[in-house]
Design a protein around this ligand. Structure first.
Ligand code: TSJ
Length: 634
């Protein structure tokens, strides 16, 4: 029998070289995100040790742009002989998936999402790595180079009274497309951990600029919610609820602010559960039950009245939920494994909230009464918004929708939700050019007159009363607030088209705040865009071109000698054809897709944004709304 394939043709990827061949398989990607995964991987081990009660101090030192040191004061890493004959330390850093193997059973582990691939993966992707362990009274160390080869074998340095582990590594620039660690990203992860582990001090040292930051929050979660609400008026001191149910440790802190947003962040074993899960469900159902029971018992809801809905009760609610669950009970769901699936976590969280918040409401009657009155207002605003949405959907009462849009919206001819585009245009005159210039088959124009309302502290009913915003709501036909349903949206793209000046920037920010507050799923579905009108037109004889930024202008000026330059101060200075060519034609335009990837920072900054400090506003836009050029399929 002939061999169907020869053995040498099969490449068996083994050990650390497999990691270097396909880093994405282990750390998600080889870009900036993947790079920081290396840090989280090592840091998680130090945090696990503190989480289990060993050591109260964790220090991270950024040595240069791609080199970082992480140290703890835990038990130190075991260095004795492993069953395979080599030292445990060598196994940890050279064998794949040995990450959790050496850990004692039981206990807590930070194993969310993509973390937990093991220290060997970090070693594989580093140009060098050094580990020092102070374990059982002995100091030992090892050094690896070029993706995990042993450069200095395990060496014992004799007795020590120190305890702990130190790992230093330098990310391999051959692997990463971007190998520069971001100090802010790392510091904010440490800060977050410090809120959650209130007995542990986290220190961050950036040796490049000699900056040191220390994070320690004696009042943990309470301080976390206070800081989240920092820029908002708060209605009371933060409430802490905590306890142990069926081996699950539940810690919750909540504080209502004067705004209308819902901000709930949850963690399991120190790892953020971005997509929520059973613990969030338990928190919400517990909160809803406590409030409705209190409202009925105290006459705020009569027999005939319907219960408040969860969304009414969560307006202005900022809450952190943090659970500690032993490794064997952990279940994660979803594509990114950032949703908790553990069933027991629901009842554990619900029980703690019901038991302790009921008691708190009994003790703090004045506050409870005030809150319930707010919830009642929220409930009636929700009813009003629901009515408006039903009218906006072309149902039995399309009249008020068409009345609201009459003389404003220039609709597209087709009704193709998957293709149509809505341009929100600053001012009537630019609106006129856009109307003439557009492809009316699929492009609709809604001119916005004057300033857009600040929705940061507005309720749904305020928003509905505002002409500009209610016309946007009617045009999209997908509801608003808790009632918003992105699948009903009449457009595939909502494109904000403003002048490239401060007023234009302000309008953009106000509109983004509105979308963030009241149509967040629209942003999450990548349906909100910023149009990019050119800043200059450069003409030389019969030739000409547009420049979209100053850099481009410099380039064009060297290309076209003896040229004249026209600076566009607003959209209104372009005629309809120019506007189409430069800004609206899908074949030639640039659109920036608006994404908000970090709800925590974004929410905080949206509040800040609407304060009186204009420069903070600009900084926020630069830092936290990533305007990435979208790759549109043409
Ligand atoms: F990622 C890593 F492995 F490189 C790493 C591990 C990096 C850093 C900065 C710290 C650690 C680490 C590991 N800190 N503390 C520990 N603890 C243990 O490995 C350990 C020690 C003793 C016992 C025991 O059962 O006696 C169990 C464990 C898991």
């Amino acid at each position: 029998m002939t061999q169907s394939y020869n053995e040498s043709s099969i490449q068996i990827l083994e050990g650390l070289s497999a990691v270097r061949k396909r880093p994405g398989m282990y750390i998600g990607s080889s870009d900036h995100r993947g790079l920081h995964h290396l840090v989280w991987e090592i840091l998680d081990n130090a945090i696990d040790e503190a989480l289990n009660g060993y050591g109260q101090f964790i220090k991270v030192t950024l040595i240069d742009e791609r080199t970082i040191r992480i140290e703890d004061e835990g038990r130190g890493m075991p260095t004795g002989k492993h069953s395979s004959g080599v030292s445990t330390l060598e196994v940890i850093f050279t064998k794949l998936h040995a990450g959790g193997k050496f850990s004692s059973t039981g206990g807590y582990k930070t194993s969310g999402g993509l973390h937990g691939v093991g220290a060997s993966v970090v070693n594989a992707l580093s140009s060098w790595l050094e580990v020092t362990s102070f374990h059982g009274g002995v100091m030992s160390s090892m050094r690896f180079e070029k993706g995990g080869s042993i450069a200095k074998p395990l060496q014992n340095f004799g007795k020590t009274t120190k305890k702990g582990s130190i790992v230093t590594f330098s990310a391999d620039p051959l692997i990463f497309t971007n190998h520069v660690f971001n100090a802010e990203t790392i510091a904010s992860r440490l800060k977050e951990s410090a809120y959650l582990l209130d007995h542990v001090t986290f220190m961050f040292v950036d040796e490049r600029n000699k900056k040191t930051e220390t994070f320690k929050f004696e009042h943990g979660l309470k301080q976390f919610v206070m800081d989240m609400n920092e820029d908002l008026e708060t209605l009371h001191e933060p409430i802490a609820l905590s306890g142990m149910v069926n081996d699950i440790e539940v810690n919750v802190s909540l504080q209502y602010n004067g705004g209308y947003g819902e901000n709930i962040i949850s963690f399991v074993n120190m790892v953020k559960t971005k997509d929520g899960g059973t613990h969030e469900v338990g928190f919400k159902s517990g909160l809803t039950k406590v409030v409705n029971d209190f409202a009925r018992k105290n006459g705020f809801l009569k027999d005939k009245d319907k219960n408040f809905e969860g969304v009414d009760i969560r307006e202005g609610c900022t809450a952190i939920i943090s659970l500690k669950i032993s490794e064997n009970l952990l279940q994660f769901e979803g594509q990114t494994k950032s949703k908790l699936g553990t069933e027991k976590a629901k009842s554990a969280t619900e029980n703690i909230v019901i038991e302790q918040l009921t008691y708190y409401f009994e003790e703090e009657r004045t506050l409870a009464n005030d809150l319930v009155k707010r919830f009642a207002k929220a409930a009636s605003a929700r009813e009003a918004a629901r009515k408006a949405r039903d009218e906006a959907r072309q149902g039995k009462n399309a009249k008020s929708s068409s009345r609201a849009l009459a003389g404003k919206l220039s609709p597209a001819q087709s009704k193709d939700k998957k293709r149509n585009e809505l341009f929100l245009v600053e001012g009537d005159s630019a609106g006129g050019s856009a109307k003439q210039g557009r492809d009316s088959k699929f492009q609709a124009i809604l001119p916005l007159r004057g300033k857009v309302m600040n929705t940061e502290k507005a309720s749904v009913s305020d928003v509905m009363k505002n002409e500009e915003l209610s016309s946007i709501i009617y045009a999209l036909g997908a509801g608003v607030g808790s009632d918003f349903d992105v699948s009903d949206c009449a457009y595939d793209k909502v494109i904000i088209m403003t002048d490239a000046d401060t007023d234009g920037a302000h309008i953009q920010i106000l509109l983004l705040t509105f979308f963030y507050r009241y149509m967040r799923p629209l942003i999450e579905a990548n349906k909100v865009f910023l149009a990019c009108p050119p800043l200059y037109k450069i003409t030389s004889g019969k030739e000409g071109a547009y420049a979209y930024d100053d850099q481009e202008l410099i380039e064009l000026r060297s290309k076209y000698k003896h040229s004249t330059i026209q600076r566009y101060k607003g959209l209104g200075e372009m005629n309809a054809d120019q506007l189409w060519d430069t800004t609206m034609d899908p074949k030639t335009r640039n659109l920036l897709v608006v994404t908000i990837d970090d709800a925590f920072i974004a929410n905080k900054k949206v509040s800040l944004l609407m304060g009186d400090k204009a420069h903070l506003r600009r900084e926020w836009i630069n830092d936290h709304v990533s305007f990435t050029l979208s790759e549109e399929e043409v």
